[in-house]
Design a binder for this molecule. Structure first.
Ligand code: AMP
Length: 112
């Protein structure tokens, strides 16, 4: 299913892209919930994490690697949080798998 993130991947709509490779894309969230709020997405249109299959294991690992790499590149001082909202009741609004990377302010625990 086509989502707004597919349109960003296909460059049909603009985004503030910080990183791109064959498998993934990283761009700024347009409604940031922290001074740094990035979205790390696979180019493959997996709607949500619980839809990923065994063949996606390496891709999921790649997304985690990209998150760590971009945090190092942006010198986020080893203080950041990754969030995956899975399903509407967990706050997912775009049904194309994405990792939120939040940083730049104190992050409370437990999250709301
Ligand atoms: P979620 O609610 O977990 O599905 O997260 C979706 C995120 O995508 C939200 O934080 C939105 O602010 C963000 N978002 C929606 N449209 C865009 C867009 N065109 N460019 C960047 N971020 C977006």
């Amino acid at each position: 299913m086509e989502t707004i993130f597919s349109k960003i991947i296909n460059k049909e709509i603009p985004a503030d892209i910080l990183y791109e490779d064959d498998l993934s894309l990283v761009f700024n969230d347009t409604q940031p919930q922290a001074p740094t709020h990035l979205l790390i997405i696979p180019k493959k249109p997996i709607p949500k994490l619980s839809d990923a299959s065994e063949e996606d294991k390496a891709l999921l690992g790649h997304l985690m690697w990209v998150a760590g790499e971009i945090a190092r590149t942006l010198d986020l001082d080893e203080t950041f949080r990754l969030v995956v909202n899975n399903g509407a009741k967990a706050g997912q609004s775009v049904f194309h798998l994405h990792l939120h990377l939040l940083s730049g302010r104190p992050l409370q625990w437990p999250p709301g």
